[in-house]
Design a protein around this ligand. Structure first.
Ligand SMILES: Cc1cc2nc3c(=O)[nH]c(=O)nc-3n(C[C@H](O)[C@H](O)[C@H](O)COP(=O)(O)O)c2cc1C
Length: 270
């Protein structure tokens, strides 16, 4: 499975087969995680955790005791850095046939943070179960997916814009970048809010966060994690399509709709 297929095929997996995560798969996941870098150059520490050993639980996950969690220093852009990096791991797991779910809320967080030996100046934004997807979803999982309309996404022209926020972008006008933007559209996000917006302008794709109320608390904005995920999908897909995206933070100072803020840009060389 290549990366574009992994992006298309991935979904949150909350029901797992009883077969425990094989030690060689656990080792491959951890080895891959430890080599990952992000454009913000913020290092992340990873741990594989055993739910039984550490008293961990998530009310939405059934069938596996294996989890992976990451922690990093609190710093500007920690959210985007974590989103970008953890999603690379999620997609790698997908290529191995291992199911994951981003979990920020539905877990006994204090137990996870203790297992991660979280220091005062660190944050553990999300964790994920690891295991082999069950053939049939649990009832709880299907209800949950319906609740957040997990199988649907906003339309291309609602998320992506041509030159300015005034003009919706069409896949035809996006040309070579249409598939990279489609990869952004399919990405996972907290409560499936899909806060990413992109304006294509010349050689650049400018990424913005459309903020939903109540998601930015105490200087920590979970929707910036979603933006990190979007940057990851765009970059991976663009590279897979033979393009050369390079990341920069250089606000083009466009006129913005309400509750929208600039995150970063890719310059794309064909
Ligand atoms: C940052 C983030 C946090 C999330 N937190 C949770 C969570 O606490 N519990 C949960 O069941 N799903 C969580 N999700 C999964 C989303 O609900 C899911 O990605 C979305 O509904 C789209 O479904 P899909 O991943 O199957 O495409 C989270 C996703 C992201 C990106």
């Amino acid at each position: 499975m290549n990366i574009l297929e992994a992006i298309r095929h991935r979904r949150s997996v909350r029901s797992f087969e009883e077969t425990p995560l094989r030690p060689e798969d656990a080792r491959r996941i951890l080895a891959f995680a430890e080599k990952l870098e992000n454009p913000y150059e913020l290092p992340i520490t990873w741990k594989l955790l055993d739910a039984k050993k550490h008293g961990l639980s998530s009310p939405v996950i059934v069938g596996t005791d294996s989890y992976i969690a990451g922690k990093l220093r609190r710093a500007p852009h920690a959210e985007e850095a974590f989103g970008y990096t953890f999603e690379k791991l999620v997609l790698f797991a997908e290529t191995l046939g291992i199911g994951t779910t981003w979990i920020a809320g539905t877990m006994n967080r204090a137990a996870f943070e203790q297992a991660m030996q979280l220091a005062e100046d660190e944050v553990m934004p999300c964790v994920s179960p690891l295991g082999y997807p069950a053939k049939k979803m649990s009832l709880r999982e299907s209800v949950m997916r319906k609740g957040v309309k997990a199988d649907s996404r906003l339309g291309f022209g609602e998320l992506f814009f041509d030159g300015s926020f005034e003009k919706p972008l069409t896949p035809e006008a996006a040309g070579a970048l249409a598939e990279a933007l489609e990869a952004v559209r399919l990405a996972p996000s907290a409560v499936n809010k899909q806060p990413w917006r992109v304006v294509l302008r010349g050689e650049k794709a400018h990424f913005y966060e459309k903020q939903s109320r109540g998601y930015d608390s105490g200087g920590w904005d979970i929707q910036k994690i979603d933006l990190g995920i979007a940057l990851c999908h765009f970059e991976l897909a663009a590279k897979a399509l033979g393009l050369t995206p390079s990341f920069e933070i250089a606000d083009p100072k466009l006129s913005l709709p309400d509750d929208t803020r600039y995150i970063g840009s890719f310059e794309i060389r064909q």
